[in-house]
Design a protein. Sequence first.
Lengths: 323, 261
Amino acid sequence: MIWVLGEKRGDALAPVTCEALGAGRLLAGPLKKELNLLLLGDGMDDLSEGVLKKADRIYLIEHSLLNPYTGYGYKKVLGEFFKDKDISALIIPGTSMGRDLAPLLSVSLGLACVMNITGIEVSNNIVHVKRPLYGGKIIETLALEGGAVISIMPRSFKESPDSEKQGEQISLGARLTEDDLRVRPVEIIRESERRDISEAEVLVAGGRGVGGPEGFHILEELASALGGLTAASRGAVNAGWRPPASQVGQTGKVVSPKLYIACGISGAPQHIAGMRTSRYVIAINKDPNAPIFREADLGITGDLFEVIPELIKEIKGIQEGEP
Amino acid sequence: MNIIVCLKRVPDTGVRLEIEKDGMELKPDFPWVLNPYDEFAIEEAIRIKERFGGSVTLITLGSEGGEEILRRGVATGADVEVYVKDPLLKGLDEINIARVLSAAISTIPFDMILGGKQGTDMDSGVVGGALAGLLDIPLVSAVKRLNILSEERRVQAFREVEGATEIVECALPALFTTHKGLNEPRYPTLSGIMRAKKQEIRYLDLNSIGIAPDHLSNRNFIRRVRLSYPLLNRRGVILKGDIKRQVQEAVTFLKDEVRIL
């Protein structure tokens, strides 16, 4: 069977849950296997509504200690759940939760572990998966020859269409004590930008060319006009202008937004590694020879402090012109 | 506080990588460096040792070339170097690497294990979590701040999650994987480099840690089929001249192709 572990974000399901179900369908369809969704947490009654028609079966496993996530808590509950079940693949979102959990689970379930999958292909019952290595400079294709825990890169798989039939919903309890958790969650501090750059549809990224922390205000304005977030290059993070969580690149995050706007970023290989999988790239740079232009669909040559205000004005003009 | 730091060497992140004709391996002509995330692990271990005493043991494994990164770690202040060196370790998958590490580490007393949150080569971040699971000790991954609580047997850790920081606590012994922002790694000192040259590396192989080669033989049911370069289908249009006109073309692109407006 193909299994997908869903993830909650706030009071709703994280978008990557539907992407994981999309990835699961790519396996379940050709392999003619059932696709089952697992949701762990506490008080999740309304949560499964959006996914009811995307899985054949939905298991809700509830316990007060399953919210928030803990690696050993999830490992114990899932270990018991899977004791008498067959696993061809267990797909886990490539989020901070999934990256923490996948190796723990793979060891305890005796399965292979493949992280950061961006593509799945099945032909003649042979499963091939793709993942970026070396920060995206190289793509590796792997054949899976046994059961595996697979984590998928956020924004790499399309949500699967709803099927006609509604999946069967099964609620289960769990046995868990405080001691099982091993690591005790104390507090979660929400940062001002609530979403993570790896999950944003639009990213406006700034580099050294932004000149300082105050220069990022205009990038933020552009990002919010496009409903996106700001990100930063290693240079801007190391200079202390932006937090490490916003860093794109080989020692930061690998992102795949629909639109990536690189502002004042020259385009070092380590940075390219982090944004290469973006669907569309626009680069804004004073230097017409900046390597970033080779990685862009569209390059704007000019001072970003002249270009971006003009861009915001034009974008807002169009948005306000809409009925 | 006795701390084990797991190290890995990776291709320098600044260089171009090329694939061999057979499509299965990289051409070996690139410089190796210590995995950047491991630098934060070494630095944190040294800081904890400086505050609480104890020792820092570095461990790496592989078929060749690990000496350089071990020496670098000693030059910045680590005490002991362990190298599990065996030709059978070449190309081993992450879960099996964790198995080898856990066998080697089970002979060394420790309070904490540190290591980078992922290698910048495979970008998997599996070894840390798998090792914690195999040793059955608490795991806190992608840590950006560590506080040893006064009673010394508990640690508070800050980890990055989507759009938030999570604070957790656990008892020692435990394993933490380190993220950027945890500290500013120091550079090796001259006296450190001299000391590192004289220091002896403790070599182990699979036999000496009690792992039979066929224990690793299944390679965990994952088989590499090929390596390839990412497909690039960028339009690569570079606009020039009047900014107003350039911006108008960009907006048309946003409207008609990206379809975001």
